[in-house]
Design a protein around this ligand. Structure first.
Ligand code: NAD
Length: 264
């Protein structure tokens, strides 16, 4: 039977290792027949990303630091040379100095605020500008966010403010690009143990809290995020844009600690 991503080509940004959410998404898309290219940040990560990409049968790798416009232009020039057009992009990139992912938000420095907003928010808009120009037949663009955008979560601080801006940008991008048949969505994932997450203070406590108090009484997996991404990036999702799809075992509907949840 025809696979859901057969004939679709796209870019995966943000694989650092096999724990990365981007890798969970890539695996599901690859198994559904997508043709994938990967971008990685800096040569040091290439030795990690190359074997992962090869395991899905794709040799298409590009170095890209999203804080540099030249680096972004080079990535999309490379993709244009490779394929001409693309069908989707997955943006799974965020960054803040981890010294500010603990303590108080009120103490955030101007420098780290600007850097976090640039790498975690503006980079998705910059990706959309370049990707949309390569989507004459329409397409689907996806970014990753977290509930710390909607409610105060411990230690999330400047990243919560950045994710709120990212979620707002998804709405504006959806409106701007919708006329061209390009959909723009976010997935709000529950906590998953990754390299980026390990920079957040008390991350193990946050995971335990979500496990004990989410409606499904567990955490989500990389693969579950991948399956939701498959919906948004394939033709299953053609009616959905500007959406923030929560893949968090239902945690976002919870108002207080569950009565049956044990103390941590
Ligand atoms: P990860 O560390 O595996 O991925 C983060 C990626 O961002 C890395 O590949 C890193 O190289 C890349 N990156 C950072 N700065 C960059 C730059 N200047 N240029 C290019 N790439 C850069 O961690 P992850 O948890 O898979 O994070 C992926 C996304 O998912 C992030 O946006 C994160 O905020 C989001 N998210 C994570 C969780 C979680 O609990 N892990 C929950 C919700 C949302």
């Amino acid at each position: 039977s025809e696979k859901l991503m057969s004939g679709k080509r796209g870019l995966i940004m943000g694989v650092a290792n096999d724990k990365s959410i981007a890798w969970g998404i890539a695996r599901v898309l690859g198994n559904q027949g997508a043709e994938l290219a990967f971008s990685y940040q800096g040569e040091a990560l290439k030795k990690r990303v190359l074997p992962l990409a090869e395991s899905l049968g794709t040799p298409h790798l590009f170095e890209c630091d999203v804080s540099s416009a030249e680096s972004m232009d080079a990535l999309f020039d490379g993709l244009r040379d490779l394929w001409g057009s693309i069908d989707f992009v997955v943006h799974a990139i965020g960054f803040s100095d981890k010294s500010e992912l603990r303590g108080r938000y009120v103490d955030t420095s101007a420098e780290n605020f600007r850097m976090s907003m640039d790498i975690s928010v503006y980079s998705f808009t910059a990706v959309c500008q370049r990707a949309a120009a390569m989507m004459p037949q329409g397409g689907s663009l996806l970014t990753m966010t977290y509930y710390g955008a909607e409610r105060v979560m411990p230690h999330y601080n400047v990243m919560g403010v950045a994710k709120a801006a990212l979620e707002a940008s998804v709405m504006y991008l959806a409106e701007d690009l919708g006329k061209d048949g390009i959909r723009v969505n976010a997935i709000s994932a529950g906590p998953i143990k990754t390299l980026a997450a390990s920079g957040i203070g008390d991350f193990r406590y946050i995971m335990k809290w979500n496990e004990l108090n989410s409606p499904l009484r567990r955490n989500v997996t990389q693969e579950e995020v991948g399956k939701a991404a498959l919906y948004l990036l394939s033709d299953l999702g053609t009616g959905t844009t500007g959406e923030n799809l929560h893949v968090d075992a239902g945690y976002h509907v919870v108002g207080m600690k569950a009565v049956d949840a044990p103390d941590i």
